[in-house]
Design a protein around this ligand. Structure first.
Ligand code: FPP
Ligand code: MG
Ligand code: MG
Length: 384
């Protein structure tokens, strides 16, 4: 219908940047060892959702229109960000007197950008890539811990290459993420993203070993939910919130803007994981691109079950033995589906999404701000 209003997808405002992202990430991951090179780049070749880089790019653009403060000189930052990281000589640096990461060639990863994109700084684009590196590293490790068989509709790295190589590739990604981070020459941003890496491990540990309850004989208390939310912040929302904060910091945004960016990321991150926990119960493995119902099989009690547990105390016994007896997974699943747990999880996720939108409501109206709001809607509607 030619009279219909033209629909503008706010996410298109960063579509162009996303096109360069994978290429730049693969450049950051080059290794002189061919097998390491292959394993390290493995997950960058499948279609990820790129949620974190997308948020960083949108936040960078949305905050570009807000008040600024002079934070630091950015001394030498611009020169250092774009130096390509050359594959390490695997028998030692070829020329020890040369800088360890001398440019391979004069091609800059940012060459393809034009001045119309200048409201996103090179440092903010690099930050977007760093967030994806850290996320992908955590997936490599996570799939080993979870004995995962599939990720993004393909065999997971642990299956394709074995546990040892998957773990080492994850470490390599963290190493390269650290190099790229150091090159931003911004100590506050470095500290934020280093904290994220520690938080990911803390969240995973909280999930592995619940210290809030008697592990053998747990009963539902208010703390059951607060412990889960703290774990969820560390495991999922920390990366999103701190990278949104870092994007605003790199843009020299004023302190109240930095706080708003952080609040947006924190609330969206919590909603994102709550929805993830819901999908594990409601969507088929085929659609998810990874096995469904995996959480119970792993012995994990996530939000839908925790809410169900309040009304069905008999779940406590199953939680205590991590759904390990024959029939436990099936029984727990039936109770959750019969309970209000899934609906309560959705309501809580919607609360967080509303808070995320509220946090950025003071930003000047822009396509990028609409894009950030659209991300909230997408999180609630997503099916994978
Ligand atoms: C996916 O969760 C995993 C995470 C969000 C983080 C995992 C963190 C670690 C393994 C800590 C150590 C790693 C690093 C790099 C510091 P999930 O298993 O619930 O989701 P899935 O269904 O996608 O596997
Ligand atoms: Mg997993
Ligand atoms: Mg896991």
């Amino acid at each position: 219908d030619p009279r219909a209003p033209i629909q503008i997808d706010p996410l298109r405002t960063v579509a162009k940047e996303l096109k360069f992202l994978t290429k730049n990430i693969q450049q950051l991951l080059g290794s002189g060892h061919p097998t390491l090179d292959t394993v390290a780049k493995y997950y960058t070749q499948s279609e990820g959702k790129y949620v974190r880089p997308m948020l960083v790019l949108l936040m960078s653009r949305a905050t570009a229109l807000t008040p600024r403060v002079a934070r630091q000189s950015g001394f030498q930052r611009s020169e250092s960000i774009n130096r390509p990281i050359s594959p390490s000589g695997i028998l030692g640096d070829a020329n020890p007197s040369a800088p360890a990461y001398a440019p391979l060639s004069s091609t800059s990863p940012d060459e393809a950008y034009t001045s119309e994109d200048s409201d996103i700084l090179p440092s903010q684009r690099r930050l977007a890539e760093i967030t994806e590196l850290i996320h992908t590293a955590s997936l490599l490790h996570d799939d080993v811990i979870d004995h995962s068989l599939a990720r993004r509709a393909a065999p997971s790295a642990n299956v394709a290459f074995g546990n040892k190589m998957a773990v080492l590739a994850g470490d390599f990604l963290l190493g390269r993420a650290s190099v790229a981070l150091a090159r931003l020459r911004d100590p506050e941003v470095t500290e934020l993203l280093a904290t994220v890496i520690a938080n990911l491990v803390e969240g995973e540990f909280m999930q592995l070993k619940n210290t809030a309850q008697d592990e053998k004989n747990p009963v539902w208390t208010e703390e059951t939910v607060s412990y889960y939310l703290q774990k969820t912040y560390l495991k999922s929302a920390s990366l999103i919130s701190k990278s949104c904060r870092a994007a605003a910091l790199l843009g020299q945004s004023a302190p109240e803007v930095v706080e708003a960016a952080y609040a947006y990321g924190k609330n969206l991150g919590l909603a994102f994981q709550l929805v993830d926990d819901m999908l594990d119960y409601t969507i088929s493995g085929e659609e998810l691109g990874k096995p469904a119902g995996a959480d119970l099989e792993l012995g994990l009690a996530t939000a839908p079950l925790l809410f169900a547990w309040r009304d069905y105390p008999e779940l406590g016994e199953l939680v205590g033995r991590k759904f390990s007896e024959p029939g436990d997974v099936q029984r727990a699943r039936e109770i959750v589906l019969r309970s209000r747990g899934l609906e309560q999880t959705r309501v809580l996720a919607q609360d967080y999404v509303d808070k995320a939108i509220q946090a950025i409501s003071g930003f000047p109206a822009s396509d990028a701000r609409d894009g950030l709001i659209e991300m909230c809607t997408k999180v609630m509607k997503r099916r994978k």
